[in-house]
Design a binder for this molecule. Structure first.
Ligand SMILES: NC(=O)c1ccc[n+]([C@@H]2O[C@H](COP(=O)([O-])OP(=O)(O)OC[C@H]3O[C@@H](n4cnc5c(N)ncnc54)[C@H](O)[C@@H]3O)[C@@H](O)[C@H]2O)c1
Length: 363
Protein backbone atom coordinates (compact mmCIF):
# COMPACT_ATOMS: atom_id res chain seq x y z
CA UNK A 1 0.00 0.00 0.00
CA UNK A 2 1.18 3.53 -0.74
CA UNK A 3 2.70 5.17 2.36
CA UNK A 4 0.60 8.27 1.84
CA UNK A 5 -2.57 6.44 2.75
CA UNK A 6 -4.02 6.46 6.25
CA UNK A 7 -6.14 3.56 7.43
CA UNK A 8 -8.61 4.06 10.28
CA UNK A 9 -10.42 1.11 11.83
CA UNK A 10 -14.12 1.18 12.64
CA UNK A 11 -14.96 -1.32 15.37
CA UNK A 12 -18.17 -2.99 16.40
CA UNK A 13 -19.81 -6.22 15.31
CA UNK A 14 -18.84 -5.75 11.68
CA UNK A 15 -15.49 -3.97 11.72
CA UNK A 16 -14.12 -2.31 8.60
CA UNK A 17 -11.43 0.11 7.46
CA UNK A 18 -11.57 3.66 6.18
CA UNK A 19 -8.66 4.39 3.83
CA UNK A 20 -7.84 8.05 3.29
CA UNK A 21 -5.42 9.64 0.84
CA UNK A 22 -4.77 10.70 -2.71
CA UNK A 23 -5.33 7.75 -5.01
CA UNK A 24 -7.12 5.74 -2.31
CA UNK A 25 -9.56 4.44 -4.93
CA UNK A 26 -6.78 2.34 -6.40
CA UNK A 27 -6.96 0.25 -3.22
CA UNK A 28 -10.48 -0.86 -4.10
CA UNK A 29 -9.52 -4.35 -5.24
CA UNK A 30 -7.82 -5.05 -1.90
CA UNK A 31 -11.30 -5.24 -0.42
CA UNK A 32 -12.91 -7.31 -3.16
CA UNK A 33 -12.48 -11.05 -3.33
CA UNK A 34 -11.29 -12.08 -6.82
CA UNK A 35 -14.16 -14.58 -6.82
CA UNK A 36 -16.82 -11.83 -6.76
CA UNK A 37 -18.62 -12.34 -10.08
CA UNK A 38 -20.77 -9.21 -10.30
CA UNK A 39 -20.31 -5.67 -9.03
CA UNK A 40 -22.93 -2.95 -9.36
CA UNK A 41 -21.21 0.45 -9.50
CA UNK A 42 -23.68 3.12 -8.40
CA UNK A 43 -22.55 6.65 -9.33
CA UNK A 44 -23.78 10.23 -9.64
CA UNK A 45 -23.77 12.07 -13.00
CA UNK A 46 -20.72 14.27 -12.28
CA UNK A 47 -18.74 11.08 -11.54
CA UNK A 48 -19.42 9.46 -14.93
CA UNK A 49 -15.84 9.51 -16.18
CA UNK A 50 -14.45 8.56 -12.77
CA UNK A 51 -16.89 5.63 -12.76
CA UNK A 52 -15.55 4.45 -16.12
CA UNK A 53 -12.02 4.36 -14.66
CA UNK A 54 -13.21 2.50 -11.56
CA UNK A 55 -15.15 0.03 -13.73
CA UNK A 56 -12.01 -0.72 -15.78
CA UNK A 57 -10.07 -1.25 -12.58
CA UNK A 58 -12.67 -3.68 -11.27
CA UNK A 59 -13.16 -5.61 -14.51
CA UNK A 60 -10.98 -8.67 -13.96
CA UNK A 61 -11.43 -12.13 -15.42
CA UNK A 62 -15.06 -13.01 -16.10
CA UNK A 63 -16.39 -10.48 -13.60
CA UNK A 64 -19.35 -8.42 -14.77
CA UNK A 65 -19.52 -4.71 -13.88
CA UNK A 66 -23.01 -3.24 -13.97
CA UNK A 67 -22.91 0.58 -14.05
CA UNK A 68 -25.89 2.32 -12.45
CA UNK A 69 -26.04 6.07 -12.93
CA UNK A 70 -28.49 7.60 -10.45
CA UNK A 71 -30.12 11.04 -10.58
CA UNK A 72 -28.11 13.82 -8.97
CA UNK A 73 -28.41 14.81 -5.32
CA UNK A 74 -31.57 14.11 -3.33
CA UNK A 75 -33.43 13.08 -6.51
CA UNK A 76 -31.63 9.74 -6.20
CA UNK A 77 -33.00 8.98 -2.75
CA UNK A 78 -36.42 7.75 -3.89
CA UNK A 79 -38.26 4.48 -3.90
CA UNK A 80 -38.46 4.68 -7.72
CA UNK A 81 -34.68 4.74 -8.02
CA UNK A 82 -34.40 1.84 -5.57
CA UNK A 83 -37.10 -0.07 -7.49
CA UNK A 84 -35.25 0.41 -10.79
CA UNK A 85 -32.05 -0.79 -9.13
CA UNK A 86 -33.81 -3.93 -7.82
CA UNK A 87 -34.96 -4.61 -11.40
CA UNK A 88 -31.41 -4.23 -12.67
CA UNK A 89 -29.98 -6.51 -9.99
CA UNK A 90 -32.67 -9.08 -10.76
CA UNK A 91 -32.08 -8.93 -14.50
CA UNK A 92 -28.33 -9.33 -14.06
CA UNK A 93 -28.81 -12.14 -11.52
CA UNK A 94 -27.05 -10.62 -8.55
CA UNK A 95 -26.46 -13.14 -5.80
CA UNK A 96 -25.55 -12.73 -2.15
CA UNK A 97 -21.86 -13.02 -2.93
CA UNK A 98 -21.99 -10.16 -5.45
CA UNK A 99 -21.59 -6.58 -4.30
CA UNK A 100 -22.33 -2.89 -4.67
CA UNK A 101 -19.83 -0.04 -4.85
CA UNK A 102 -21.10 3.50 -4.22
CA UNK A 103 -19.20 6.32 -5.93
CA UNK A 104 -20.39 9.82 -5.06
CA UNK A 105 -21.56 12.05 -2.25
CA UNK A 106 -23.79 11.24 0.69
CA UNK A 107 -26.88 10.89 -1.49
CA UNK A 108 -25.13 8.14 -3.49
CA UNK A 109 -23.92 6.20 -0.45
CA UNK A 110 -27.32 6.56 1.24
CA UNK A 111 -29.30 5.12 -1.68
CA UNK A 112 -26.68 2.58 -2.79
CA UNK A 113 -26.41 1.45 0.82
CA UNK A 114 -30.17 1.01 1.00
CA UNK A 115 -30.15 -1.01 -2.23
CA UNK A 116 -27.35 -3.17 -0.80
CA UNK A 117 -29.20 -3.56 2.51
CA UNK A 118 -32.42 -4.71 0.87
CA UNK A 119 -31.33 -6.84 -2.09
CA UNK A 120 -31.48 -10.48 -0.94
CA UNK A 121 -31.76 -9.04 2.60
CA UNK A 122 -28.28 -7.61 2.36
CA UNK A 123 -25.28 -7.87 0.05
CA UNK A 124 -21.81 -6.38 0.59
CA UNK A 125 -21.26 -2.66 0.02
CA UNK A 126 -18.13 -0.56 -0.43
CA UNK A 127 -18.37 3.22 -0.16
CA UNK A 128 -16.13 5.47 -2.23
CA UNK A 129 -17.24 8.93 -1.08
CA UNK A 130 -16.34 11.84 -3.36
CA UNK A 131 -17.62 14.81 -1.32
CA UNK A 132 -16.14 16.12 1.90
CA UNK A 133 -19.42 15.46 3.71
CA UNK A 134 -19.48 11.93 2.35
CA UNK A 135 -15.93 11.24 3.51
CA UNK A 136 -16.24 12.50 7.07
CA UNK A 137 -19.85 11.59 7.68
CA UNK A 138 -22.31 9.88 5.32
CA UNK A 139 -20.13 7.00 4.07
CA UNK A 140 -19.14 5.88 7.57
CA UNK A 141 -21.43 4.38 10.18
CA UNK A 142 -23.80 2.19 8.24
CA UNK A 143 -26.84 4.45 8.08
CA UNK A 144 -28.51 4.12 4.69
CA UNK A 145 -31.80 5.54 3.52
CA UNK A 146 -34.13 7.30 1.18
CA UNK A 147 -36.66 10.12 1.36
CA UNK A 148 -40.43 9.63 1.23
CA UNK A 149 -43.54 11.80 1.39
CA UNK A 150 -43.34 11.42 5.16
CA UNK A 151 -39.93 13.10 5.31
CA UNK A 152 -36.21 12.93 4.65
CA UNK A 153 -34.26 9.80 5.61
CA UNK A 154 -37.24 8.25 7.39
CA UNK A 155 -36.96 4.95 5.50
CA UNK A 156 -33.67 3.11 5.69
CA UNK A 157 -31.56 0.41 7.25
CA UNK A 158 -28.35 0.03 9.21
CA UNK A 159 -25.99 -1.67 6.77
CA UNK A 160 -22.30 -1.05 7.49
CA UNK A 161 -19.98 -1.10 4.47
CA UNK A 162 -17.15 -3.63 4.03
CA UNK A 163 -14.76 -0.74 3.45
CA UNK A 164 -14.67 3.00 2.83
CA UNK A 165 -12.18 4.57 0.43
CA UNK A 166 -11.77 8.35 0.69
CA UNK A 167 -9.78 9.37 -2.38
CA UNK A 168 -8.76 12.96 -1.66
CA UNK A 169 -8.17 13.57 -5.38
CA UNK A 170 -11.97 13.68 -5.76
CA UNK A 171 -12.22 16.86 -3.68
CA UNK A 172 -10.57 19.02 -6.38
CA UNK A 173 -13.81 19.43 -8.33
CA UNK A 174 -16.08 20.29 -5.41
CA UNK A 175 -17.62 23.74 -5.35
CA UNK A 176 -17.38 26.13 -2.41
CA UNK A 177 -20.79 25.17 -1.01
CA UNK A 178 -19.98 21.44 -0.96
CA UNK A 179 -16.58 22.08 0.62
CA UNK A 180 -17.83 24.34 3.39
CA UNK A 181 -20.79 22.03 4.01
CA UNK A 182 -18.36 19.20 4.73
CA UNK A 183 -16.23 21.52 6.85
CA UNK A 184 -19.20 22.12 9.14
CA UNK A 185 -19.34 18.41 10.01
CA UNK A 186 -15.59 18.44 10.59
CA UNK A 187 -15.89 21.42 12.95
CA UNK A 188 -18.76 19.59 14.68
CA UNK A 189 -16.38 16.70 15.40
CA UNK A 190 -14.00 19.26 16.87
CA UNK A 191 -16.64 20.63 19.20
CA UNK A 192 -17.90 17.28 20.42
CA UNK A 193 -14.65 15.34 20.66
CA UNK A 194 -11.39 16.71 19.26
CA UNK A 195 -10.40 20.31 20.13
CA UNK A 196 -7.27 19.95 17.97
CA UNK A 197 -9.56 20.08 14.91
CA UNK A 198 -10.70 23.52 16.01
CA UNK A 199 -7.11 24.70 16.46
CA UNK A 200 -6.16 23.53 12.98
CA UNK A 201 -9.24 25.02 11.32
CA UNK A 202 -8.64 28.32 13.10
CA UNK A 203 -4.96 28.64 12.34
CA UNK A 204 -5.07 27.28 8.77
CA UNK A 205 -8.10 29.37 7.85
CA UNK A 206 -7.07 29.86 4.18
CA UNK A 207 -5.55 26.47 3.46
CA UNK A 208 -8.40 24.60 5.03
CA UNK A 209 -10.63 25.26 2.02
CA UNK A 210 -8.00 24.06 -0.44
CA UNK A 211 -8.73 20.48 -1.43
CA UNK A 212 -5.11 19.35 -1.65
CA UNK A 213 -3.86 21.03 1.52
CA UNK A 214 -2.25 19.19 4.42
CA UNK A 215 -4.40 20.89 7.08
CA UNK A 216 -7.57 19.74 5.30
CA UNK A 217 -6.28 16.19 5.12
CA UNK A 218 -5.34 16.37 8.78
CA UNK A 219 -8.82 17.44 9.89
CA UNK A 220 -10.50 14.91 7.57
CA UNK A 221 -8.52 12.14 9.27
CA UNK A 222 -9.34 13.49 12.71
CA UNK A 223 -13.05 13.80 11.93
CA UNK A 224 -13.11 10.27 10.52
CA UNK A 225 -11.50 9.03 13.77
CA UNK A 226 -14.18 10.76 15.80
CA UNK A 227 -16.98 9.26 13.72
CA UNK A 228 -15.31 5.83 13.61
CA UNK A 229 -14.94 5.75 17.41
CA UNK A 230 -18.54 6.76 18.00
CA UNK A 231 -20.24 4.45 15.49
CA UNK A 232 -17.89 1.60 16.41
CA UNK A 233 -19.22 1.87 19.96
CA UNK A 234 -22.88 2.44 19.09
CA UNK A 235 -24.02 1.54 15.57
CA UNK A 236 -27.74 1.89 16.21
CA UNK A 237 -27.75 5.17 18.09
CA UNK A 238 -28.85 3.66 21.36
CA UNK A 239 -26.50 5.89 23.31
CA UNK A 240 -23.32 7.76 22.40
CA UNK A 241 -24.02 8.02 18.65
CA UNK A 242 -26.56 10.72 19.47
CA UNK A 243 -23.71 13.19 20.06
CA UNK A 244 -23.07 13.22 16.31
CA UNK A 245 -26.37 15.09 16.08
CA UNK A 246 -24.82 18.20 17.60
CA UNK A 247 -26.30 21.19 15.75
CA UNK A 248 -28.77 18.95 13.92
CA UNK A 249 -31.96 19.72 15.89
CA UNK A 250 -32.12 23.31 14.70
CA UNK A 251 -30.17 22.46 11.51
CA UNK A 252 -32.82 19.96 10.38
CA UNK A 253 -35.53 22.50 11.21
CA UNK A 254 -33.85 25.05 8.91
CA UNK A 255 -33.58 22.43 6.16
CA UNK A 256 -37.28 21.67 6.42
CA UNK A 257 -38.38 25.28 6.56
CA UNK A 258 -36.17 26.07 3.56
CA UNK A 259 -37.55 23.10 1.60
CA UNK A 260 -34.11 21.39 1.64
CA UNK A 261 -32.54 24.11 -0.48
CA UNK A 262 -29.82 24.74 2.13
CA UNK A 263 -26.66 22.62 2.11
CA UNK A 264 -26.87 20.24 5.06
CA UNK A 265 -23.61 21.43 6.65
CA UNK A 266 -24.64 25.07 6.39
CA UNK A 267 -27.82 24.34 8.32
CA UNK A 268 -25.82 22.37 10.90
CA UNK A 269 -23.41 25.31 11.31
CA UNK A 270 -26.28 27.62 12.28
CA UNK A 271 -27.67 24.79 14.41
CA UNK A 272 -24.43 24.59 16.40
CA UNK A 273 -24.49 28.33 17.12
CA UNK A 274 -28.15 27.95 18.17
CA UNK A 275 -27.24 25.04 20.48
CA UNK A 276 -24.41 27.09 21.98
CA UNK A 277 -26.87 29.89 22.78
CA UNK A 278 -29.23 27.39 24.41
CA UNK A 279 -26.37 25.88 26.43
CA UNK A 280 -25.13 29.23 27.72
CA UNK A 281 -28.67 30.33 28.58
CA UNK A 282 -28.98 27.13 30.65
CA UNK A 283 -25.70 27.87 32.40
CA UNK A 284 -24.05 24.79 30.89
CA UNK A 285 -21.57 26.45 28.57
CA UNK A 286 -19.22 29.35 29.13
CA UNK A 287 -20.23 32.36 26.94
CA UNK A 288 -16.70 32.62 25.55
CA UNK A 289 -17.16 29.18 24.02
CA UNK A 290 -20.44 30.26 22.46
CA UNK A 291 -18.55 33.15 20.89
CA UNK A 292 -15.91 30.66 19.74
CA UNK A 293 -18.61 28.76 17.80
CA UNK A 294 -19.63 31.92 16.04
CA UNK A 295 -16.12 33.13 15.25
CA UNK A 296 -14.73 29.80 14.03
CA UNK A 297 -17.65 28.90 11.79
CA UNK A 298 -17.73 32.39 10.33
CA UNK A 299 -13.99 32.29 9.72
CA UNK A 300 -14.33 29.30 7.40
CA UNK A 301 -17.19 30.87 5.48
CA UNK A 302 -20.13 29.13 7.13
CA UNK A 303 -23.42 30.85 8.00
CA UNK A 304 -23.92 31.64 11.70
CA UNK A 305 -27.32 33.32 11.62
CA UNK A 306 -30.80 32.72 10.27
CA UNK A 307 -33.57 35.02 9.16
CA UNK A 308 -36.11 36.26 11.71
CA UNK A 309 -39.88 35.71 11.63
CA UNK A 310 -39.90 31.93 11.18
CA UNK A 311 -40.25 30.74 14.77
CA UNK A 312 -43.55 28.88 14.46
CA UNK A 313 -42.41 26.83 11.44
CA UNK A 314 -39.04 26.12 13.04
CA UNK A 315 -40.60 25.00 16.31
CA UNK A 316 -42.98 22.69 14.46
CA UNK A 317 -40.13 21.25 12.41
CA UNK A 318 -38.10 20.58 15.57
CA UNK A 319 -41.07 18.72 17.07
CA UNK A 320 -41.09 16.13 14.27
CA UNK A 321 -37.34 15.56 14.39
CA UNK A 322 -36.45 11.91 13.83
CA UNK A 323 -34.22 11.87 16.89
CA UNK A 324 -37.27 12.11 19.12
CA UNK A 325 -38.28 9.02 21.08
CA UNK A 326 -41.97 8.55 21.83
CA UNK A 327 -43.16 11.90 23.09
CA UNK A 328 -39.74 12.87 24.33
CA UNK A 329 -37.49 15.08 22.26
CA UNK A 330 -33.80 15.43 22.90
CA UNK A 331 -31.10 17.86 22.01
CA UNK A 332 -27.30 17.66 22.14
CA UNK A 333 -25.60 20.47 24.06
CA UNK A 334 -22.02 21.13 25.09
CA UNK A 335 -20.77 21.63 28.64
CA UNK A 336 -17.30 22.35 27.28
CA UNK A 337 -15.36 21.61 24.10
CA UNK A 338 -15.26 17.83 23.81
CA UNK A 339 -17.91 17.38 26.50
CA UNK A 340 -21.33 16.88 24.86
CA UNK A 341 -24.47 15.88 26.71
CA UNK A 342 -27.90 14.80 25.52
CA UNK A 343 -30.69 16.66 27.31
CA UNK A 344 -34.44 16.78 27.04
CA UNK A 345 -35.26 19.65 24.71
CA UNK A 346 -35.46 22.75 26.90
CA UNK A 347 -38.62 24.84 27.24
CA UNK A 348 -39.85 27.06 24.43
CA UNK A 349 -38.76 30.22 26.15
CA UNK A 350 -35.12 29.16 26.07
CA UNK A 351 -35.37 28.04 22.46
CA UNK A 352 -37.06 31.26 21.45
CA UNK A 353 -34.36 33.24 23.17
CA UNK A 354 -31.66 31.36 21.23
CA UNK A 355 -33.55 31.93 17.97
CA UNK A 356 -33.77 35.65 18.65
CA UNK A 357 -30.06 35.75 19.39
CA UNK A 358 -29.14 34.16 16.06
CA UNK A 359 -31.78 35.95 13.99
CA UNK A 360 -31.29 39.32 15.60
CA UNK A 361 -34.95 40.00 15.37
CA UNK A 362 -38.55 39.12 15.89
CA UNK A 363 -39.96 35.64 16.33
N1 LIG B 1 -25.99 8.13 6.16
C1 LIG B 1 -25.48 9.07 6.93
O1 LIG B 1 -24.97 8.82 8.02
C2 LIG B 1 -25.51 10.48 6.43
C3 LIG B 1 -24.84 11.48 7.15
C4 LIG B 1 -24.84 12.77 6.65
C5 LIG B 1 -25.50 13.05 5.47
N2 LIG B 1 -26.16 12.06 4.81
C6 LIG B 1 -26.85 12.33 3.55
O2 LIG B 1 -25.88 12.77 2.61
C7 LIG B 1 -26.49 13.62 1.66
C8 LIG B 1 -25.64 14.85 1.52
O3 LIG B 1 -24.36 14.47 1.09
P1 LIG B 1 -23.53 15.39 0.10
O4 LIG B 1 -23.41 16.75 0.66
O5 LIG B 1 -22.33 14.62 -0.25
O6 LIG B 1 -24.54 15.56 -1.12
P2 LIG B 1 -24.66 14.89 -2.57
O7 LIG B 1 -24.37 13.45 -2.56
O8 LIG B 1 -25.98 15.32 -3.08
O9 LIG B 1 -23.51 15.62 -3.38
C9 LIG B 1 -23.57 17.02 -3.58
C10 LIG B 1 -23.31 17.34 -5.07
O10 LIG B 1 -21.93 17.12 -5.35
C11 LIG B 1 -21.82 16.31 -6.53
N3 LIG B 1 -20.54 15.63 -6.42
C12 LIG B 1 -20.23 14.48 -5.77
N4 LIG B 1 -18.92 14.26 -5.82
C13 LIG B 1 -18.39 15.28 -6.53
C14 LIG B 1 -17.07 15.62 -6.91
N5 LIG B 1 -16.03 14.89 -6.53
N6 LIG B 1 -16.88 16.74 -7.64
C15 LIG B 1 -17.94 17.52 -7.99
N7 LIG B 1 -19.20 17.27 -7.65
C16 LIG B 1 -19.41 16.15 -6.91
C17 LIG B 1 -23.03 15.43 -6.49
O11 LIG B 1 -23.30 14.87 -7.73
C18 LIG B 1 -24.08 16.43 -6.01
O12 LIG B 1 -24.51 17.23 -7.10
C19 LIG B 1 -27.88 13.89 2.16
O13 LIG B 1 -28.79 13.09 1.45
C20 LIG B 1 -27.84 13.45 3.61
O14 LIG B 1 -29.10 13.02 4.07
C21 LIG B 1 -26.16 10.78 5.26
Amino acid sequence: MSSSLTVIAVGGQTPYEVTIGRGALRELDRYIDPQVARICLVFQPPLRSAAAVVADHLRVGQRRIVGLEIPDGEAAKTLDVVGDAWQTLGRTEFTRSDMIVALGGGAASDVAGFIAATWLRGIPLINAPTTLLGMVDAAIGGKTGINTEAGKNLVGAFHPPKAVLCDLDALGTLDEVALTSGLAEIVKCGFIADPEILEIVWSAQNQIRQPASDPLRDVIERAVRVKADVVGADLRENSIRAILNYGHTFGHAIERVEGFTWAHGHAVAVGMVFAAHVATAMGLLDPTLRQAHHDLLQRVGLPVSYRPGRWNELRQAMAVDKKNRGNQSNMVLLRAIGDPTVVETPNDQLLQHAYQEISGGAL
